[in-house]
Design a protein around this ligand. Structure first.
Ligand code: CUA
Length: 278
């Protein structure tokens, strides 16, 4: 006769729940550390708009960061508190009042941050550039940036897409019959004077590209068939990288340009140097 031992009633185990809760707390602590210790700091801003974007970014980070920490710690607590003790699982139907509460809080936080952030984002786009802003055209194509200055006459010459030919020295297709185009300056990097409002007219000749300068916190897509104005005023002399942030083809990874922010006199010297002999 075989002996059948009586099984004790299953009472659950605290260890899986405890391990999961502790792991959650460690992940939260590690994430908070990465942010608080500024392990990956952004480069210093070089415009007032960029300062405003940083301010908005930090505000968003504090609000969403607090929600993240509270939610994850709450999850760790619930994982442990409601662990399997061998009890019978029961069905709950939710709580309408709580649903309304946290949906409203989330909606108010997100819409509120959106409204607060509107100035930081829309200032460079919807508001017109300051009167007297220097206009510079930015043309993207696979995989280069080309910049055009209107020259001494202050007018951009007409463009004719059928004349576009980089090998022939006319990457933008400037119409030679338009007198306004004869003094246009076409260069491979962007040079602007410090503390002067600049308006960029962003274009693309082929696919969607992007104009992004981290220090300006300014990022704008270049879309074929559109001329998109954005403006900025850089307040620190230096050389900064312009990068394309839209996956635009096999050469995307190397599509970049340079932004040179220079003194007023260096800017004049640049224009003089690049001006075509008339
Ligand atoms: Cu152009 Cu990516």
């Amino acid at each position: 006769m075989s002996k059948v031992s009586a099984r004790p009633p299953f009472s659950g185990s605290a260890s899986p729940a405890l391990v999961l809760a502790v792991l959650l707390v460690i992940f939260v602590a590690a994430t908070v550390y990465v942010v608080v210790a500024r392990l990956y700091p952004a480069p210093p801003p070089i415009s007032q708009d960029a300062v405003q974007v940083d301010h908005q970014y930090n505000l968003t980070l504090y609000v969403t960061g607090a929600a993240f920490v509270l939610a994850q710690l709450g999850l760790a607590w619930a994982v442990f508190r409601f662990r399997d003790r061998g009890q019978k699982a029961s069905h709950i139907r939710g709580n309408v009042a709580l649903e309304i509460l946290w949906t409203s809080v989330t909606a108010i936080a997100f819409v509120g941050l959106g409204i607060l952030g509107r100035n930081a984002w829309a200032g460079a786009r919807f508001a017109p550039a300051a009167p007297g802003a220097i206009q510079i055209e930015v043309t993207t194509n696979q995989f280069v940036y080309t910049f055009r200055y209107p020259g001494p006459d202050g007018k951009f010459g007409r463009l004719d897409p059928s004349l576009v030919s980089a090998p022939a020295g006319n990457p933008l297709g400037i119409d030679p019959n338009d007198p306004a185009g004869r003094d246009d300056i076409v260069v491979a990097s962007l040079t602007v004077p410090v503390n002067r409002p600049i308006e960029l007219l962003v274009r693309s000749q082929d696919v969607v590209h992007n104009f992004f300068v981290r220090e300006l916190r300014l990022q704008q897509d270049a879309v074929p068939g559109m001329v998109i104005p954005v403006h900025f005023t850089a307040d620190r002399i230096g050389t900064y990288e312009i990068v394309c942030t839209q996956l635009c083809g096999l050469g995307h990874y190397k599509m970049h340009g340079l932004l040179n922010v220079v003194s007023e006199s260096d800017y004049d010297a640049f224009l003089k140097r690049e001006a075509l002999p008339q």
